[in-house]
Write a protein that binds this ligand. Structure first.
Ligand SMILES: Cc1cc2nc3c(=O)[nH]c(=O)nc-3n(C[C@H](O)[C@H](O)[C@H](O)COP(=O)(O)O)c2cc1C
Length: 160
């Protein structure tokens, strides 16, 4: 399985998480600022990582480079999404970016894997939910950093 992780990060949390996921999958972590359409295509599992900013928005580099993802041929591609968020200070838009990226890749025919349960989180609303599940992995480095390692390990096992 060849794994590519494309991530964006303002404060470094998502960079750190992307590198952790890369080391656990022998994958390659690429900053969205430098990613090409081929980077999205040339892997057997594509993992996207984006923190939520503003009031439920994509991180700015993802906003600026979303066209690269939209350009890529993702038909039938296995894609998994993770997002960093803060459930305490932004309980109504917790990890919304996961849901935004989900809609983009699902529209392009991707086979999105790695949906997760909301148990263990405390929030009131999230655009990352479909049928009561997160359409990816929610990680909260601001309030639950100690849980991330286990969440990532279990998520990767589920995807494999
Ligand atoms: C101005 C601002 C707005 C934010 N808005 C949200 C939000 O709407 N939803 C959320 O879950 N987290 C929100 N966050 C929290 C960040 O997503 C979180 O701190 C994340 O770990 C940052 O990732 P990074 O260090 O990779 O940039 C916000 C943080 C800041 C500073």
């Amino acid at each position: 399985m060849s794994v590519t992780i494309v991530y964006g990060s303002d404060g470094g949390n998502t960079t750190k998480l992307a590198k952790k996921i890369a080391s656990k999958t022998s994958g390659k972590a690429i900053d969205i600022k430098k990613a090409t359409a081929a980077d999205f295509e040339n892997c057997s599992l594509l993992i996207l990582g984006c923190p939520t900013y503003g009031d439920g928005d994509l991180q700015t580099d993802w906003q600026d480079h979303l066209g690269t993802l939209e350009e890529a041929d993702l038909d039938g591609k296995r894609v998994a999404i993770f997002g960093a968020g803060d459930q305490m200070n932004y309980p109504e838009s917790f990890v919304d970016a996961i849901g935004i990226l989900y809609d983009v890749v699902a529209d392009k025919g991707a086979n999105v894997v790695g949906f997760t349960d909301t148990a263990g989180y405390d929030f009131t609303g999230s655009a990352a939910l479909r049928d009561g599940k997160f359409v990816g992995l929610a990680l909260d480095e601001d309030n639950q950093a100690g849980k991330s390692e286990k969440r990532i390990t279990e998520w990767l096992a589920q995807i494999r």
